[in-house]
Design a protein around this ligand. Structure first.
Ligand code: ADP
Length: 205
């Protein structure tokens, strides 16, 4: 987790929701509660949502399969449902896995606002696939969006994306951590002052 800067609280929460069920599914069994099945990360582009998902997958040794919402819809128009089914099938062949859906708002837009039948079918397929996942905690679906309210509300329900975490733009201290991470292996000139850069880059991602 040393590659992620300024998101200690968020990373801790994601670990609790994703790493714990993947590593210790028996805890959830003993307690008789369902492990989280889906986690929605929301926040502006470039704030580290994909980075967090990748790091979690590495740390848990889980099989990681990543798809991009717009790509699936555009490249495989009409075949998107098939692509989704294959992704879930592949993931379930591994003992533990994480499916990451980037820009899920493109793949599962609110069905009340979209006109296309294809989009509606894709949302329906995703709902069915998520409902079909056993709650043993060996598969977690993570998704990212910068438009959480554009995602079909049926997905943001228990047994589907039942947890949500907002990833905020970094604070000054967070920016300093990020700058330190990214300059770790760079020879810096003596007059480069990372603290000053962190102080004057409010709003940067
Ligand atoms: P998002 O998925 O939120 O759009 P990414 O995770 O793809 O953003 O971030 C893009 C790149 O920016 C990452 O690959 C990483 O190099 C850098 N980055 C973003 N957030 C952080 C962070 N908190 N700590 C370190 N690097 C970061």
């Amino acid at each position: 987790y040393k590659d992620v800067g300024g998101l200690a609280t968020e990373v801790r929460r994601v670990r609790e929701m994703v790493e714990l069920p993947l590593r210790r599914p028996e805890i959830f069994e003993d307690l008789g509660i369902d492990a989280p099945r889906g986690l929605l990360l929301y926040g502006p582009p470039g704030c580290g949502k994909t980075l967090i998902a990748r790091v979690i997958a590495q740390q848990t040794d889980a099989f990681f399969i990543s798809i991009n919402g717009p790509e699936v819809i555009q490249k495989h128009y009409g075949e998107s449902e098939e692509v989704l089914r294959k992704v879930f099938e592949t993931a379930q062949q591994h003992p533990t896995s994480i499916i990451f859906i980037d820009e899920i708002d493109a793949l599962a837009p609110n069905r009340e606002t979209v006109l296309g039948e294809v989009e509606k079918r894709v949302v329906g397929q995703l709902l069915a696939l998520m409902d079909g996942v056993a709650s043993r905690g060996n598969l977690v679906v993570m998704a990212a969006t910068n438009l959480p309210n554009a995602v079909d509300p049926a997905l943001r329900r228990p047994g589907r994306f039942d947890r949500e975490i907002g990833i905020n733009p970094p604070t000054k201290a967070g920016r300093l951590e990020i700058l330190r991470i990214h300059t770790r292996f760079m020879p810096l000139a003596a007059d480069v002052d990372l603290e000053r850069i962190a102080a004057v880059t409010h709003g940067f991602l």
